[in-house]
Design a protein around this ligand. Sequence first.
Ligand SMILES: [Zn+2]
Length: 447
Amino acid sequence: MLLPITLLAGVLAAQDVRFVGKTKYLHNARAVVVHSIDDSTKHVGETIDAMDRHGIKATIFVSTEEDPAPEDRFFTQLQIRELWPRLRRAYADGHEIGSHSKQHPCKKPDDEAFCAAAYSDYEIRGSRDDILRLTGQPYVWSWCYPCGNCATYPFIQQRIAAAGYIVARNYPNELQNGHVRPDVQDFDENPMNAGYTQVVQHRNAAKTDTIDLASINAKFDEVYNKGGVYHFMSHPQWLDFGPEAAYESHLRHVGNRKDVWYVPMGPLYAFRKLRDRTKVEAVGGSAFVVSNDLDKRIYGGAVTLEFDAPEALTVRSGNLESVRREGRRVFVTVHPNTRIEFVAPSAPANLSGSWKLSYRTRSGLERNATLELEQKGGELSGTLRSERGSAPLTSGHVQGNEVRLSIVRKGNGDEVPVSVEGTLREGVLYLWMRFRGGEAIAVIGKR
Ligand SMILES: [Zn+2]
């Protein structure tokens, strides 16, 4: 026996929808790939082009001073003026522009006196404001310490956080080449001194120092198999380009995987905070309120929530990004500060009765036919009649306002399968009819 659909909704929803939890990564991805590149060199453009061929999303750290005095010039920062148009396009394509200061102050050793003087508002806030003004990016989330200097001083971390940055990437032990593998395989505990997994580049300027592609790829495999965050960094001036070069070979190895979330560093750390601070509360069995108290200008992204729910129910929310089902497991990706509701599909329209169909054949002839329908629940039976004879429906379904029918027309010892699908809108059937799976013909049906 069929239950009335409203009763079905009440029974299913109240007992059977359960919030399982927030997924670790967006869209319940298996692992994360983050890339970051440093310095304002002319090689930045071709580096981004290579990433884009493999679906990699990076944080592009630039020093923003366009015309520094000669004594303040860092050797790589002189090409920034030509880079801005490419950076604007990169932001629009899903990359992030991060700050690498204005003038790239850099000294070894990076003692406290040097750091206190070098990390001025001019460097920290000035570079942020340049990026806001010149890229169209609404917020600057990420900082990168020039030469890896000063990253370990809490007072420097505080200055950077006070300027609105939410994550700051380090570059430890450059002199000893110890930076090649800090081996961070998840989010860093301290986002203001955040590490990465490994470096992909020639050592310093020595192009004779080969990149061990096999071991670099193996490190990615290790993190991927653990479901971790794989973050690799590069200096574009220390790369070779071309599909067979080590850099692009590594991009090919890690890129374009369906189960990986490719995301720049700032949006990834913003996601972590958004995920941790978002609360999900059940209200009345089948509805949930998803909320947090974060500033939407900074934490405007989405989270993914897992529910256990009967397959018959559909998800409604004002702020929905996507819904993915695996049987009873439902992954709902939403922008928080919204309500999610699991609802039974609306009752099917009633199509019982006689419909006059009109359509034009592919050779331009006007045709009319009559469709007699009898509906029981979501099932339809009936007959299609025209001057060329009549044929019973072999199957018919209606779900909400969506209609699907199939008919087999017989004649001249031949059988022609006819499929019809479409919707009921304001009392009119708008259908597409195909003979023998051929091109669809538009059909209007009126009572
Ligand atoms: Zn640098």
